[in-house]
Design a protein around this ligand. Structure first.
Ligand code: NAP
Length: 292
């Protein structure tokens, strides 16, 4: 068997088009242009690239971006102060604090300074609780992107055994909660898990969210499983040994072009939501042969 690819670039581009249409409708009906504030601390080149990419995508869909860049010596209190200012600003609809922040900063305290109604990246405790319990709120972007990607291909979640490798608050933990809410049976694996290969081998759905190149070996994958690789490592390498995993899986995300593009597309869709844009369309590719 050679798995079919879950094409995140294609699904994300449909979501971006849908968002651009919603933003245009909002502008025409109220004159309002949504604004996303991005906050970057320090000079990590990868983070600068991510923030630039997000600003470019904002421009593509008609969202204004406000870039706030703070130097690496910024304290937790100073960062919290900036985020509170943006949280109270009438000109800003959504706020993104680029992760990771320098080690001396209390990232959790900074995230919690983002007002829940502007937390379009879904990083606050409030957003996490809302998405775990199924209340209204913004979902963490990468987990939400993963669910939307599976939905676009009509891949059912209910009753499947999902093994999530990684439990970070922005990725592994919330994606497992979203799958649980959709009636998967969920196992979390992490750095203390004993016999990761055995756990992964039991999965109908594997979500790799670690940040270690090809940690998940292809021969661990159960025949016919769905493999979602959220990992991104230097040299465009994921957390899954792609070529061998593809021989066993039914569906697999490529790296790049799988989960990554979905994350930004969800961020912008949620920024449009925060600005009051009309509801969007569900994106389905199941009948679209070009998606396979
Ligand atoms: P993180 O905060 O560093 O968390 C990594 C997780 O992996 C932790 O839960 C850790 O366990 C677990 N882990 C570490 N070594 C392990 C091992 N040997 N076996 C099993 N689990 C292990 O990372 P993150 O922010 O969630 O990001 C994870 C990956 O996703 C990175 O490659 C990142 O670049 C990528 N990412 C991609 C996107 C996107 O848009 N595509 C967005 C966000 C992140 P402990 O909890 O026990 O330490």
């Amino acid at each position: 068997m050679s798995a079919a690819e879950l094409n995140g670039t294609l699904v994300a581009s449909k979501l971006l088009t849908d968002t651009a249409q919603r933003v245009e409708l909002l502008k025409r009906s109220s004159g309002k242009i949504p604004c996303l504030a991005t906050v970057l601390v320090g000079d990590d080149p990868a983070s600068h690239t991510y923030v630039r990419m997000k600003a470019n995508r904002c421009a593509d869909v008609g969202i204004r971006s406000l870039r706030v860049e703070l130097d690496a010596a910024t304290t937790t209190d100073q960062l919290v102060g900036e985020l509170l200012k943006l949280s109270h600003s009438d000109d800003v609809d959504g706020i993104l604090l680029q992760h990771p922040v320098p080690h001396h900063i209390d990232e959790r305290a900074a995230f919690e300074a983002i007002a829940p109604h502007k937390d379009v990246d879904g990083v606050t405790a409030n957003s996490f609780a809302a998405s775990a319990l199924g209340f209204a709120g913004y979902e963490s972007c990468t987990p939400s992107g993963i669910m939307r990607l599976l939905d676009a291909y009509d891949i059912g979640i209910a009753g499947k055994h999902a093994v999530i490798v990684g439990r970070s608050p922005i990725l592994g933990l919330p994606v497992g909660m979203l799958m649980l809410r959709r009636n998967a049976t969920v196992t979390y694996c992490h750095s203390r898990t004993v016999d990761l290969a055995d756990q992964v081998g039991r999965a109908d759905i594997v979500v790799a969210a670690v940040g270690q190149p090809e940690l998940i070996r292809g021969h661990w994958i159960k025949q016919g499983a769905i493999v979602v690789d959220a990992g991104y490592n230097p040299g465009n390498v994921g957390d899954v040994e792609y070529s061998a995993a593809r021989e066993r899986a039914q569906w697999i995300t490529p790296v790049p072009g799988g989960v990554g593009p979905m994350t930004i597309a969800v961020l912008l869709a949620q920024t449009a939501d925060a600005a009051g844009a009309p509801a969007g369309e569900a994106i389905r590719l199941a009948s679209d042969q070009s998606a396979r």
